[in-house]
Design a protein around this ligand. Sequence first.
Ligand SMILES: Cc1cc2nc3c(=O)[nH]c(=O)nc-3n(C[C@H](O)[C@H](O)[C@H](O)COP(=O)(O)OP(=O)(O)OC[C@H]3O[C@@H](n4cnc5c(N)ncnc54)[C@H](O)[C@@H]3O)c2cc1C
Length: 337
Amino acid sequence: MIRIENYDLSAHNTFRMKVKCALYIEYSSVEELQNLDYTSLPQPVMHIGGGSNLLFTGDFPGTVLHSGVKYIKYVDMGLDEVLMTVGSGVVFDDFVAETCKNGLWGAENLSLIPGEVGASAVQNIGAYGVEVKDIIAGVVCLDTKDWSKTVFKTPELGYGYRDSMFKHNKGRYIVTSVLFRLTRKYSPKLEYGNIKAALEGSDLSALTPQHLRDAIIRIRREKLPDPDEIGSAGSFFKNPVMPRAQYEAIAKTEGVEPPHFDLPDGEVKVPAAWMIDRLGFRGATKGGAKVYDKQPLVIVNASGDAAPADIISLENEIIAGVKERFGVTLSPEVEHI
Ligand SMILES: Cc1cc2nc3c(=O)[nH]c(=O)nc-3n(C[C@H](O)[C@H](O)[C@H](O)COP(=O)(O)OP(=O)(O)OC[C@H]3O[C@@H](n4cnc5c(N)ncnc54)[C@H](O)[C@@H]3O)c2cc1C
């Protein structure tokens, strides 16, 4: 177990905020976690993964836990279906790479999403028409109420768009491993975004998960910042959902039909990036923070030493601008700590 006081968290958050926590603990087994004397730790206690959806707004006064539980095991190799159990500390994209290397379908559209396996199940990460809930068969947790091991089946996890029951029971459950269900059956998901265009010229009947993974990686690299090169937490805001009448009013005032997705309940989801762009925020800066030129939904630590206040000030300016022009209140997707 690694246990360090007054620990610098810059390497543990992809925004690269230079903040510290009172105590950092990285455990390497579930038993180590279970044996922690939780109440004696500096409070509050929070669990992080790769810190790729977090904005630390200052030093953290308590304890930061991190999983070093790293294994990928095949538990059932059926003719079609394959079940894998993966430790919470495994880098999510390492798991995706493993499935693709072995010709297993299901995870390839989620290639290159930063972060770790434990958080993927909390966040219900998604990309290119797939959400991780689609391949999760179960999640193993420790319940911090009594340190018992609890296994949840997918329907019990209340999954929705970037949402799960874990988010509504903050801090109660620590994910220790995730059971994934993959398939050998040819089942590429090509409908979303520009996947088909990226595969132009390929023989689709001979497509493998690895081909699709490579295409997704190419697409993502073109428009998203690489966390190893430039700090960010990916999409900063959620895409707002509004009543159809409000969407139509915006279209009328703007004199153009905004890009949108019609939801089954009649409401309309409009890309926040479109609004931000329309207001001219692309490339806007505040101190060391900047709205990313290639994707205005992303705020980056452009200078490398942006302070949390720079990011928050840009965030607030965007929220106020969007509210004034479109009457819509954007909410951040990035969790502020
Ligand atoms: C460049 C970039 C691109 C991105 N693209 C996407 C994308 O396409 N789709 C998408 O969905 N997301 C995307 N994200 C967001 C991010 O990758 C995901 O939210 C990811 O799941 C966060 O994982 P993490 O391990 O970094 O978790 P963290 O950010 O460290 O934590 C996220 C939450 O999970 C909790 N948590 C972490 N580990 C555990 C655990 N073991 N048990 C219980 N709770 C835990 C934390 O307390 C926190 O509430 C992107 C981020 C970046 C920087």
